[in-house]
Design a protein around this ligand. Structure first.
Ligand SMILES: *[C@@H]1O[C@H](CO)[C@@H](O)[C@H](O)[C@H]1NC(C)=O
Ligand SMILES: *[C@@H]1O[C@H](CO)[C@@H](O)[C@H](O)[C@H]1NC(C)=O
Ligand SMILES: *[C@@H]1O[C@H](CO)[C@@H](O)[C@H](O)[C@H]1NC(C)=O
Ligand SMILES: *[C@@H]1O[C@H](CO)[C@@H](O)[C@H](O)[C@H]1NC(C)=O
Ligand SMILES: *[C@@H]1O[C@H](CO)[C@@H](O)[C@H](O)[C@H]1NC(C)=O
Length: 412
């Protein structure tokens, strides 16, 4: 009799646990089908690539610092999600009151990009009306109808993020058509960014490792700025990109990895940072879904072969949030894994005791989303599932289950 009682109790406990587990698993992990964001776990959103069935897609970066490799390694051992033409945002209107006719490459604000884990920003700058503007050009010339916004407004957003997040490091790549001496320096100073700039003197040019990310955080030198204008390195102390960074050709999503004209050979070992471009000449929201998916992962291996086993530190894409599931965030997890422990995912570096010693990456378990900020109560349409409803239905099922067991028990 006593053992029977114990068995019943065990059944109740098991049934209860199953219900609770079932409830957690109902949250989707990457690639699971969904109807709304609430069907997906933390860091995911419900996204449909232009008519395809919606799936839970990864929406923000894995914080590198949450794994064993944290920020104790040299800067060149990390990879960062990078937005190509980060400033060319769909739906923005210009303060000049004219329609922006240029191509768009991203869909959310710079602040939102940073909040989601983007850490590399590619920005094109031109002079317009006596100021510096983020702009696309027509034959190297910026016009009112191709200009997005004054550079200052974006620099202020970056400054606010660095100030609010004292352990984050950002890299800016300026495609720089600003010829006025010191104009860029003035903008960096006026917006409070100069104080965060990583000094030129600490940037290695002989193939040696960069300082560690943790030392960059400690010294509060958390902004790397590169310019495509050679004169500004000697003139203004802003690093000339091609002295430090290698790049493959942009404007192609073919599975090839050729050198970009301005870059040194991709096998040049004196330059310790590598930016991998993976976007077509004409940005396209539909094709971005596919480009930022399986082929993006394949492209990492293609470039690794072409560069003599180098893995990119910056992975630059258009419409970075778009993919059919894991997208650029998964690709950057792969790059961090390769850079830090020779494994295919940063998670496999946990507990790694040497290159290529990879721990088994278990399937991710969906963690509940952080509740959204409180909003005025709204009536749910009848039958709308909610997490509170799911919990209470688990609870009532548990009660029913318990009652049935008790009934079954008493009849014996
Ligand atoms: C970072 O990793 C190193 C080496 O594994 C470890 O010694 C250090 O305590 C870690 N730091 C943090 C902040 O987790
Ligand atoms: C800026 O300088 C470059 C190189 O000297 C020159 O080709 C270009 O025309 C100049 N641009 C403007 C807007 O003056
Ligand atoms: C904006 O940038 C210009 C340089 O183009 C600078 O002179 C000015 O002080 C900046 N304004 C603000 C509000 O930061
Ligand atoms: C992936 O790339 C290959 C080779 O360039 C191409 O044939 C294929 O269509 C691409 N796949 C997708 C889904 O875009
Ligand atoms: C984007 O690509 C799709 C599929 O190839 C094509 O049908 C569409 O016309 C393209 N859109 C633009 C704006 O180029």
């Amino acid at each position: 009799m006593a053992s029977r009682k114990a068995l019943s109790l065990l059944l109740v406990v098991v049934a209860g646990l199953c219900l609770i587990c079932g409830n957690v698993q109902a949250l989707g992990v990457a690639s699971d089908p969904c109807t709304t964001d609430n069907d997906c776990g933390q860091g995911l959103y419900c996204f449909s690539c232009d008519g395809a069935s919606p799936v839970c897609a990864i929406d923000s970066a894995t914080p590198v610092s949450s794994f064993s490799q944290n920020y104790s390694l040299p800067f060149n051992k990390y990879a960062w999600v990078t937005t190509h033409n980060a400033y060319a945002i769909v739906g923005e209107t210009s303060i000049l009151g004219v329609t922006i006719v240029s191509q768009k490459n991203q869909e959310d604000s710079i602040t939102s990009q940073l909040n989601k884990g983007v850490r590399g920003l590619m920005l094109d700058i031109y002079e317009l009306n006596g100021d510096i503007w983020l702009c696309h050009s027509v034959y190297r010339q910026c016009y009112d109808f191709t200009a997005f916004r004054p550079l200052n407004t974006t620099l202020i957003e970056i400054e606010a993020f660095l100030t609010a997040n004292p352990t984050e490091v950002i890299t800016i790549f300026f495609e720089d058509y600003v010829n006025t001496t010191n104009a860029l320096t003035t903008a960096l100073t006026a917006t409070g960014l100069s104080k965060y700039m990583f000094p030129l003197a600490k940037m290695p040019t002989d193939g040696s490792d960069w300082p560690t990310v943790s030392s960059m955080i400690t010294s509060n030198e958390r902004l790397l700025v590169f310019t495509s204008n050679r004169n500004k390195q000697a003139g203004e102390g802003i690093a000339y990109q091609w002295n430090y960074v290698l790049e493959n050709q942009y404007g192609t999503v073919a599975l090839t990895c050729d050198r970009r004209g301005e870059s040194a050979l991709l096998t040049d070992k004196t330059k310790t940072l590598f930016l991998q471009n993976y976007f077509p000449t004409n940005p396209n929201r539909t094709t971005a879904c596919l480009d930022n998916s399986d082929n993006l992962s394949k492209a990492l291996n293609v470039c690794s072969s072409a560069t003599g086993n180098r893995w990119a530190n910056f992975l630059a894409v258009d419409y970075y949030q778009r993919s059919t599931s894991k997208g650029v965030f998964k690709a950057v997890d792969t790059l961090n894994g390769q850079l830090q422990c020779g494994c295919e995912d940063i998670r496999a570096c946990e507990g790694s005791t040497g290159p290529g010693i990879c721990s088994v990456v278990t399937a991710p378990v969906a963690t509940p989303r952080t509740p959204p900020p409180p909003s005025p109560p709204t009536a749910l349409p009848p039958g709308t599932p909610s997490s509170a409803g799911a919990l209470s239905s688990s609870f009532s099922a548990l009660v029913v289950c318990l009652a049935m067991l008790l009934v079954a028990h008493s009849t014996h």
